[in-house]
Design a protein around this ligand. Structure first.
Ligand code: NAD
Length: 258
């Protein structure tokens, strides 16, 4: 308990899936959690549930691709809570298509949400964190094993997640050398049983079969559960990780180990 006590955390894409698990866990560990998403009903219902269980949480509508909205969101958080300690750039979408089947529009949409918005969120977080008193914070960017290895049906997604991996290192070096007391790390989950992956299963026409296939390909024998990833994010967000920056935390059931 209390691993992020008294910290204020913004989690994008927080209405469901990995964002939901991270929000629930951080609230449980003492943070004041602000969840943002475009799924307003789900986001508000989740926040109501976290609060009903004794957590400190609120919900704000945010399309992460909207540059101007970023300053508005961080401004509202600072006005309400006084500071911003943790930003988890988690919002993301997947496009189930090979390079040959990917349209330019699809490629740009995926990269706008998964890559450009991570840049916007990181830049905005730095702006706030370097100027607060005491200064500093932790930025956690959600990449994927698709930021480490190629997957033939995820061309645009691969491109976006690979970009997040090295962008996070660039930002980590800059803020460390500038003395801002800000850390930036990326997280690389493998297939985790969230609505995103359940939908990929539906695309195969056999969701249960897809779960079994995922279980078969992961050395640990099952796909991830959202909390498997949330615990990694919690570590990077907390002061336990005070010497960890520019790192890539792989949480993947062993799939990229071989
Ligand atoms: P999900 O689809 O269950 O949840 C993603 C959330 O992001 C949704 O609530 C969605 O509304 C929100 N979102 C999408 N576009 C948005 C936008 N423009 N602005 C604001 N919010 C937006 O997916 P998930 O599995 O929970 O994925 C979360 C993150 O983890 C994503 O970045 C994803 O790429 C990454 N990831 C997931 C897996 C996995 O297997 N589930 C593996 C590796 C990485």
């Amino acid at each position: 308990m209390g691993r992020v006590e008294n910290k204020v955390a913004l989690i994008t894409g927080g209405a469901r899936g990995l964002g939901e698990a991270t929000g629930r866990l951080m609230a449980q560990e003492g943070a004041t959690v602000v969840l943002t998403d475009v799924l307003d009903d789900e986001g508000q219902a989740l926040v109501d549930d976290i609060v009903a269980h004794g957590g400190k949480a609120s919900y704000l509508h945010q399309d992460v691709t909207d540059e101007a909205a970023w300053a508005d969101i961080t401004g509202r958080i600072v006005a309400e809570h006084g500071r911003l300690d943790i930003v988890v750039n988690n919002a993301g979408i997947v496009l189930d298509a090979s390079v040959e089947d990917t349209t330019l529009e699809g490629f740009q949409r995926v990269n706008s949400i998964n890559n450009e918005a991570v840049f916007l969120g990181t830049r905005e977080a730095i702006k706030v964190m370097k100027n607060q008193d005491p200064k500093g914070g932790s930025i956690v960017n959600i990449s994927s094993i698709a930021g480490l290895v190629g997957i033939e049906n995820l061309a645009a997604y691969n491109a976006s997640k690979g970009a997040v991996r090295l962008f996070s290192k660039s930002a980590a070096l800059h803020v460390a050398k500038a003395g801002y007391k800000i850390r930036v790390n990326s997280v690389h989950p493998s297939y985790t049983w969230t609505p995103m992956v359940q939908h990929l299963g539906d695309n195969t026409g056999d969701r249960d079969g897809f779960f079994d296939a995922l279980s078969a390909v992961h050395p640990i024998g099952r796909p991830g559960e959202p909390m498997d990833i949330a615990y990694g994010v919690l570590y990077l967000a907390s002061d336990e990780a005070s010497w960890t920056t520019g790192s890539e935390l792989v949480i993947d059931g062993g799939i990229t180990a071989g």
